[in-house]
Design a protein around this ligand. Structure first.
Ligand code: IYT
Ligand code: CU
Ligand code: CU
Length: 306
């Protein structure tokens, strides 16, 4: 961050870095330069176009941005187009290295023309003391291609949950591309009502359907990328599915939406492939409950909260 000043608790500030468009850049590790005293979380996005042309802008989810009182930076989305999450940091997590021979490919002919750094400021202590903030990430980069490419696949739903009920939000998509994906990390995201989000490879049809877990995590824990526990290979014809169990104790409906009082059901799967060919279609979305279910066993989910 280029010496920013947050003015509200829960400010989300963004800054963009243009990538070299002539030549691809390969990223193999992420080293945080931040402490949880200042930053609640940091997300690194790839964007085709950044949300703003300003050096620093306010890029929070709507609940934080709608308090327009004395905002020192203009509000804008994180990316204006082509957004994908590349890295997530929280809770003083240490350096992250991608597996051997794996790298994100950015710039050049890829859709990622900019990196956007998003920092969520948890308190204003250092700003009240007259300091500015330079939290960020130190990336290991190279112009030499690695044999394996990293990508992120996002599953998300729409839908809503009635008052005083438990609900499972689900999304599932068939992989229709000739590809072999090796998931190695995952990230869950929901708001206040989320109990657990999980992701699966589903192979076969009907009674022969085989569910293999890719990862599961309470979204109330720090929403970083966590390594997968078991090796799962995803091939053409497999489904990738996600389930988010939520419990709404309130007396009103809660819908999927962008504010802190709405909900979200997201499961991010970070994977590698041999060579350069990532999934063309990197988002899987469903309309969610009550319109869409994929047939997940509802009881299976909550029993095993890690
Ligand atoms: C409605 C919803 O689920 N929004 C999510 C997922 C999302 C991620 C990306 C939507 C778009 C994206 O480009 I990347 I459009 C969402 O906003 N998730 C938050 C961040 O804002 C990315 C999260 O922390 O996962
Ligand atoms: Cu945060
Ligand atoms: Cu959200």
């Amino acid at each position: 961050m280029p010496d920013v000043v947050a003015t509200h608790v829960d400010d989300y500030l963004c800054t963009a870095y243009a990538m070299d468009q002539d030549k691809a850049t390969y990223i193999t590790s992420f080293n945080p330069s931040a402490t949880s005293n200042d930053a609640h979380h940091i997300l690194l996005f790839g964007c085709t176009e950044p949300g703003s042309q300003e050096k620093i802008w306010n890029c929070g989810e709507m609940s934080f941005a709608d308090d327009s009182s004395a905002q020192n930076y203009k509000s804008a989305p994180t990316c204006a187009s082509g957004s994908s999450i590349i890295y997530a940091w929280a809770l003083d997590a240490e350096k992250t290295e991608l597996p051997q021979d794996v790298a994100f490919k950015l710039g050049g002919s890829t859709p990622i023309k900019y990196l956007v750094l998003q920092v969520h400021y948890a308190n204003l202590d250092k700003f009240k003391a007259g300091e500015t903030d330079r939290s960020g990430l130190i990336l290991t980069k190279s112009s030499t291609p690695t044999p394996k490419r990293a990508g992120v696949f996002l599953l998300l739903t729409g839908g809503y949950i009635q008052s005083n009920t438990e609900e499972v939000f689900e999304a599932a998509c068939r992989i229709d591309q000739d590809i072999e994906m090796h998931p190695f990390a995952f990230r869950t995201h929901a708001h206040k009502l989320g109990l657990v989000n999980s992701g699966y490879r589903v192979r076969g049809e009907g009674d022969d359907q085989e569910w293999t877990e890719i990862g599961r995590r309470s979204p109330q824990l720090p929403q970083m990328f966590y390594p997968t526990q078991n090796d799962v290979t995803i091939k053409q014809g497999d489904y990738v599915a996600a389930a988010c169990t939520m419990y709404n104790l309130q007396s009103h409906i809660v819908r999927i939406g962008s504010t802190g009082n709405d909900e979200m059901c997201n499961f991010y799967m970070m994977y590698w492939v041999d060579g350069d060919q990532l999934l063309q279609n990197d988002v899987c979305s469903s309309s969610g409950p009550p319109r869409y279910y994929f047939g997940h066993d509802r009881d299976l989910n909550v029993d095993k909260i890690p």
